[in-house]
Design a protein around this ligand. Structure first.
Ligand code: IVH
Length: 664
């Protein structure tokens, strides 16, 4: 009996721990333990629960309590979790269990990557997107409709769908976008933290992506058909999928994806196997926490211990200080790891990471190595707590900020200047062939390029500067570089705005500004007026997806005379092209009607249509050529269906109207 009491006590303790980790993971997007450690806690709970019958029914709460900052959504069907397999033996047992249950010997299994993101449910009524939710506790999720609406290529309208249809899948962040955000420990936290924003404009600025993998309420018969139909409906579906007929084929797919997981561009943490036939899935049903028809075969986390020799501080383009662990190089799963980001000072404090420590570094499904923990048992006495610098280690300027700390020496900090120059010439900005990081540092050191404008007067500067004797800079290389700089003197407005590296202005916001203001002159005039002009501020806030944060940073940028001088100089060297809508638009002389709530303002949408030569009307008739549908459309949508008018979901419309660049 005493044993039973002890088990109950342990169970209680475990539950409290799990609850705490659930909240850290799901609500704060800041987990303190690894997935494997979390799985071990859950495994222990199920072991105990198996021994205590009265606990068996409800021991396994799924996920966490919904986050009360968001309104709640009750799932039509619970969003379950998946059972895990960790070795081939687990997989063999899964397959035989399923076959025994169904009393069959042959079975098709759909194999898909397990995306390491945040699961979502999206509900459509008569083909119209009405609601999206997170998993929450599996029964009640958080309403994230406005956030999901901002995700690129997320359909707001499905053609030819009647009644209710629910689509489920995983929202994730690509590794390259994760690296740009310094706040999070890994891409999954970044996806979750970016999605659960009360201000959806913040979500919009984070380049979230998704993969859809299930339909509830469809008429398909197999998971294979589900994936195919999702694709036809316009959803993003992962193209790594395989229909296996036996264990060998299932394991082959596992090995194949395990081998190329670092090339995918996003994190996967295993393979999900699903019985392909949906009626067999139905027969198998669910346990209280997971379906019996599916299993997740997790990739092993590859860890290695090594010495952390130094914590260096990197200063980024906007002055952010990022602590980086310099490691004694260690081979983890075939990759030599010598550095790992420590994200921010809170992370260093929380994990109590010190220079000289022996640390465990992990590369799992994830691309970016992480310092998981410190082996404190071997810490020597002369290892001291890491003291975050009080001034910028690059330029000595004062610092500002709490979790994210920044150097205030924007124009004197060498690290910031070089990072800004690198951004200016990057692929999505000026993209100057032959001018990369190495060359920028070279010219900076010689004092030839110390600000972005110098790039365009390099040709003149070199006339009176002797480069001979500098390795790699013969006459031919110089001419080549000057030529490619000359070629890039013509640029479109969206790229130009992006290249300036104004905080919070990524490619999407830059494109929105370029579309709205249409010419450099218009944009510049409004922006210089911004610091003293409320009308411009309101005008900006009316552009969908532009929030107060962006306005604040534009205001800061344009309040600085140095920036204004740089802009004027740039404008005198460059030819900044307006974006021309009129050329070759399919909407020219066509009648367009809008209905429902659009992600941009109605006025902006109408202006855009007019600029394309369209006739914008507020009522439908048989003269209408296109109906553009936002969320929650009214009766116009049904009427258009009856009249056979071509219907465009808002994102289709955006795609069709997206810029035709005119370089004159
Ligand atoms: S099917 C009953 N397919 O993994 C749940 N899930 O650990 C059926 N996940 O909650 C889910 N990729 O968020 C499925 N291709 C995939 C998946 C996938 C990632 C997530 C999903 C689920 C979690 C379980």
């Amino acid at each position: 009996m005493a044993d039973l009491e002890e088990l109950k006590l342990e169970l209680n303790l475990l539950r409290k721990q799990i609850n705490r980790h659930n909240i850290l993971y799901y609500h704060k997007s800041e987990p303190e333990i690894t997935d494997a450690e979390y799985d071990a806690l859950k495994k222990r709970v199920s072991e105990i629960a198996e021994q205590i019958p009265e606990f068996q029914e409800n021991y396994n709460d799924i996920g966490a309590m919904p986050d009360d900052r968001f309104s709640q959504v009750k799932h039509i069907e619970p969003m379950l979790s998946l059972d895990n397999a960790y070795d081939n033996g687990d997989m063999e047992r899964f397959l035989s269990r399923v076959k025994r249950f169904l009393n069959i010997s042959e079975l098709e299994i759909m194999c898909e990557p397990k995306i390491d993101g945040v699961s979502f449910s999206a509900v459509y009524e008569d083909g119209v997107f009405v609601r999206a939710a997170t998993r929450g506790d599996g029964h009640i999720g958080e309403n994230i409709t406005c956030n999901v609406e901002t995700i690129k290529d997320f359909p707001k309208f499905l053609a030819d769908i009647k009644g209710r249809l629910e689509v489920r899948g995983e929202i994730y962040i690509a590794n390259e976008d994760f690296i740009k955000l310094n706040e999070f420990a890994n891409p999954r936290n970044a996806a979750s933290g970016s999605l659960k924003q009360l201000d959806a404009t913040v979500t919009a600025s984070r380049s979230l992506k998704y993969f859809a993998y299930s339909i509830i309420g469809g008429i398909m018969q197999t998971q294979y058909e589900v994936l195919h139909s999702l694709q036809l409906l316009g959803f993003c579906v992962n193209n790594h999928q395989f229909l296996a007929r036996n264990l060998d084929e299932m394991l082959e797919f596992y090995n194949e994806l395990y081998g190329c997981r670092y090339d995918l561009g996003y994190d996967i943490d295993g393979i999900v196997y699903k019985v392909n036939n949906l009626s067999l899935q139905n027969r198998l049903g669910n346990t209280s926490k997971a379906p019996r028809f599916a299993i997740a075969y997790k990739f092993p986390a590859i860890c290695a211990k090594t010495k952390l020799t130094k914590i260096s501080i990197q200063v980024g383009r906007t002055g952010t200080l990022t602590p980086v662990a310099e490691l004694v190089p260690v081979n983890i799963g075939g990759v030599l790891v010598s550095r790992a980001s420590l994200h921010n000072q809170d992370e260093v404090k929380r994990k109590d990471i010190r220079e000289g420590d022996i640390v465990t570094v992990k590369r799992a499904g994830d691309v970016i190595p992480q310092v998981i923990e410190v082996d404190k048992s071997v810490r020597s006495a002369n290892v001291h707590e890491f003291i975050f610098p009080k001034t910028c280690p690059e330029c000595g300027s004062p610092l500002e900020g709490a979790t994210i700390i920044r150097c205030t020496g924007e124009f004197i900090c060498k690290a910031q200047i070089i990072a800004k120059l690198k951004h200016f010439i990057s692929k999505d900005a000026f993209d100057i062939e032959g001018l990369g990081e190495k060359q920028i540092i070279f010219f900076y050191t010689l004092g030839l390029i110390t600000q972005v404008t110098d790039i365009f007067i390099l040709e003149d500067k070199l006339k009176s500067f002797d480069l001979s004797g500098q390795e790699g800079w013969g006459e031919r290389s110089v001419t080549k570089l000057i030529d490619s700089i000359r070629r890039k003197k013509a640029i479109t407005l969206d790229r130009f705005i992006f290249s300036l590296g104004i905080r919070s202005i990524g490619q999407v916001t830059a494109a929105l500004l370029a579309h709205y203001y249409s010419s450099y002159k218009n944009w510049y005039q409004s922006m210089v007026a911004l610091p003293s002009n409320e009308t411009v501020m309101h005008e900006l806030l009316c552009i969908a997806n532009i929030g107060v944060e962006t306005v604040k940073y534009l205001e800061i940028f344009f309040s600085n005379q140095y920036n204004i001088k740089i802009l004027n100089d740039l404008a005198s060297y460059l030819s900044i092209h307006s974006i021309d809508y009129e050329n070759g638009s399919i909407f020219c002389n066509k009648t367009v009607v809008f209905t429902g709530t659009l992600t941009i303002s109605r006025d902006e949408a109408k202006n855009k249509a007019k600029a394309l030569g369209a006739i914008v009307s507020s009522s439908l008739s048989n003269k209408t050529n296109y109906l553009v549908v936002g969320s929650n459309p009214g009766s116009k949508y049904k009427k258009a269906l009856e009249l056979g008018i071509e219907i465009l979901a808002e994102d289709q419309w955006h795609r069709l109207t997206s810029v035709t660049e005119k370089i004159s």
